[in-house]
Write a protein that binds this ligand. Structure first.
Ligand code: NI
Length: 171
């Protein structure tokens, strides 16, 4: 397994729309394993392939307290949604920034598993938020896109400052 580099907003590569996986092979299984390792190390709860510069529709997540219930979705598709909820979101590609986003409260998602078999899953609460957030990444969207232009500019400024400080600390 290998840890991968996570792209950070506003990297233009986060805007790429990912391609569907044609058939699930060892390549996807290796990518999923590497993404899970990367996500656990960064203490995240979800990660999309787009965030590690891989243009395929694959995402991983784990919402369990003990970090031992990894879930992998390949070619995920939301086939039903209802209700709404506002949840404070963060993102490994937008470090240190948290903001409330409106999402569907309940969803049904269809995807392929690592065995290449299709499955359907219903999700609500944080699980529903996480899946919607990660599928957005596969479509080239980042959660800060939902903020007002003013708030988004503030986020960009803050991240720039953060990066400058990090660079100075290294120099
Ligand atoms: Ni994210």
């Amino acid at each position: 397994m290998a840890r991968l580099t996570i792209l950070e907003f506003p990297d233009p590569r986060l805007r790429r729309v990912a391609e569907p996986v044609e058939s699930v092979s060892d390549r996807e299984r290796q990518l999923a394993a590497d993404m899970l390792e990367t996500m656990y190390h960064a203490r995240g709860i979800g990660l999309a392939a787009t965030q590690v510069n891989q243009g395929v529709r694959l995402l991983v997540l784990d919402l369990s307290e003990d970090r031992n219930e990894p879930k992998v979705f390949i070619n995920p598709e939301i086939i039903a949604r209802s209700g709404s909820q506002a949840c404070e979101e963060g993102c490994l590609s937008v470090p240190g920034i948290y903001a409330e986003v409106d999402r569907a409260d309940k969803i049904t998602v269809r995807a392929l598993g690592l065995d290449g078999e299709p499955f359907e899953m219903e999700a609500d609460g944080l699980m529903a938020v996480c899946i919607q957030h990660e599928i957005d990444h596969l479509d080239g969207k980042v959660f800060v896109d939902y903020l007002s232009p003013l708030k988004r500019r503030m986020v960009e400024k803050r991240l720039k400052k953060q990066k400058q400080r990090d660079a100075e600390a290294v120099a």
